[in-house]
Design a protein around this ligand. Sequence first.
Ligand code: GLA
Length: 379
Amino acid sequence: MKEIDFIGSENVVIIESPGRINIIGEHTDYNNGFVLPTAIDKKIRFKFKKNDSLNNCSVYSKNFEAGFAINLAHIEPSENQWENYILGVLHEIQKLTDRVRGFDCVLKSDIPIGSGISSSAALECGVAFGLNELFELGFSKKTIVELSQRAEHNFVGTKCGIMDQFASVMSKKGHVILLDCRSLEYEYVPIKIEPYKILLLNTNVTHSLASSEYNNRRKECETGIAIIKQKYTEVNSLRDVSEGMLKEFQAFMPPKVFDRCTYVIEEKTRVLKAVEALKNNQLNVLGDLMYETHNGLRDLYEVSCPELDFLVDFSKKYKEIIGARMMGGGFGGCTINIIHSENVESFTLDVSKAYFDKFSKNLTTFEAMPSEGTKRINN
Ligand code: GLA
């Protein structure tokens, strides 16, 4: 399919939908715990217009230099995974309204794919947000977040939590969101960490295992809950379980399940400690908690990989870096580092060289700025 022409078109809707980082609180969202994410200044830009047909739509990605046609009367999963993020959103929208008609969409992204900063949520939420504007569907931001998450469950097959979509849509510039994933109550916490900066190191390892192993981790947590529930019937998620309660069941659980649950319960507490540290400007405390999270993800939750571990160990040698850890679902993607601004350049050179020497792979590095969530940028 050729690129769609928007020149001279009227009533074009232009949307920007960002990727996200997460300071701390990994694999806690689907366990009803807390997370601390924010959108960043990497985003997908979309243009949408109606095309006056009833059912015929086309979507074109400038990154892939490829597009595909959609018949709104027959939305089915595609063999091309990136198309499923869009088809899944349409499928979920159609369950809520019959007001969507034929449209054309072009998109261009500067979010590295598979790097753990959730290009997928940016894609889902951007499509949902854009169609909401184009056809005046009247969806709230919360509806956009939730239908985008369901799209990923039902069409992509990853049983993700709500963090990525929530961060992509709801973020506020210069803040992180303390989100309670059980109630969806949230608080914007200013992130004032000068003279420190947030530096992402992208392993460029694409996480092919990620989706299947992600779903397995979710199941392992459910197995743990089912065992605990035999005695504590009021328990519905690991949010309701203390370390003491979990210990009672150690002998009755497969060791891996016990480890997964231990990690989640510890991480739940770490997020709350990290928020306090951030509010009180105790950045060293925050940094130590990030390193602890990495250890838990590596040893107990087992979602890290040698490249991520290498980068975190390397960061530990620099006193100018106060905290680092793998970020997102795992098995590749980025580490997040809190680093003194004066050292960004020299550290980037050192770590890139060391990484190449060790793995014969290039490292990509970039600073992340806490930014605004999905928005329309024209009227
Ligand atoms: C992925 C999922 C999120 C969350 C993280 C791990 O990014 O989409 O819902 O579970 O992994 O914290």
